[in-house]
Design a protein around this ligand. Sequence first.
Ligand code: SAH
Ligand code: SF4
Ligand code: F3S
Length: 465
Amino acid sequence: MKKKYHIITLGCQMNERDSETLAGFLEERGYEKAAPASSPGGVFDGADSADILILNTCSVRENADNRFFGLLGRAKHIKERRPETIVAVCGCMMQQQHIVDQIRGSYGWVDMVFGTHNIHEFPRLLENVASESEKAYRVLGAREEIVEDLPAKRAYGYKAFVNIMFGCNNFCTYCIVPYTRGREQSRRPEDILREVEGLAAAGTKEVMLLGQNVNSYRGAGADGTAVDFPALIRMLDGVDGLARLRFMTSHPKDLSDGLVEAFARCRTLCPSIHLPVQAGSNAVLARMNRRYTREAYMALVEKLRAARPGIAVTTDLIVGFPGETDADFADTMDLIERVRFDAAFTFLYSPRQGTPAATYEDQVPEEVKHARFNRMVERLNEITLEINRGYVGRTLPVLIEGPDKARRTGLTGRTETNKLVNILAGDGDAGCASGAGSAGSVQPGDIRDVRITDVNTFSFTGELA
Ligand code: SAH
Ligand code: SF4
Ligand code: F3S
């Protein structure tokens, strides 16, 4: 019988992509994914039968840390019931010495600890644990060079994440990521092209390019010249079979005219951009070390909308950064009115140990943070709904993602602007046919015209046109 693995992934797409690499290593070594139990048990579903249980952690806000310690408590029960299960913890939290010390001190039953820079060493660490029944700790080292051609067990067939760079040099004063992911390093353009070509040839329709700040991508081209991000996009735009290209995340301070132009020109580049603004007050932006002003941000959005009418602009916002006054908050609300975001992720400022802002003395009281947060979310949602209403009656190409499990209405998919569409089952047409290729069947990865019949804040309803 094959050995089983179960991976729980917290955090962002970087971690999701890393988990695909870990799964790839394990499958190469004869493991298979543990089957979910018949009674669903949330993120631990299947973990009971796993020979290795991996927790891939995030440290971006305090609640991410807390969530991890909660999950670790549940992992301990599994270890007690089945001591031969290898428990591994990895990811961004494990790049911090104080966390690793805590694991060693209070969670001695954890078998493996490794950080984000050591993914490629996973097979060796696993061997050590399995053969010598020794604990394996390997953290904190800086990535020396990018290791290419690691295996990957991709989470989806029709879409894929592709790293173009690792790390971050920006040191926004609230953010832990530069400490957990290290300095910026760009992959070579030909390695990225090869990966995207391979994916497209295998049927992947949509590629999401990943980096903490893709705008500072600078890859070494084959002839020794540097390739910047717009040039990389142009290179990938020509890949056979690829229908949709997206990227994340793009820092406003160095979004170039070349990228704006790519939105106007590149066939596959989707009209959608995630452009975190964080705050609408110049004083707060300066103390965050974001290195742009509200005026510059708004001008950028205007340029993007002129280059690609209808482009969806989404953002991240932090409420209650140290020293945020009522007037600062009013500036953020004003920016929200002016820009009108398609959607926004809003976060309560969370002090992270080791970052400059955590030591700032003028921390905003929790109740003030919460009151501002609620006001902001309410207004953001209203604007999202107003924008979404403009989609009713339109017929749009939708990339089919799969059957709609939650509502059982038929299929789900995404517009080019990345809006989620629930496609109603019509007269036997919608619904993933089990017989591939049967007439009228729709498969994940197909792009179909869908008429939008109804919208709400977080999703659309439509029918196949
Ligand atoms: N590299 C990406 C973001 C990575 S973290 C970028 O620069 O856009 C994702 C989001 O988490 C950030 O955009 C920010 O809004 C939020 N975030 C990061 N640190 C935070 C903190 N200490 N408290 C609250 N939100 C935070
Ligand atoms: Fe964090 Fe800023 Fe880097 Fe984004 S750009 S990962 S917010 S330091
Ligand atoms: Fe991502 Fe969380 Fe790390 S947001 S980069 S997994 S700290």
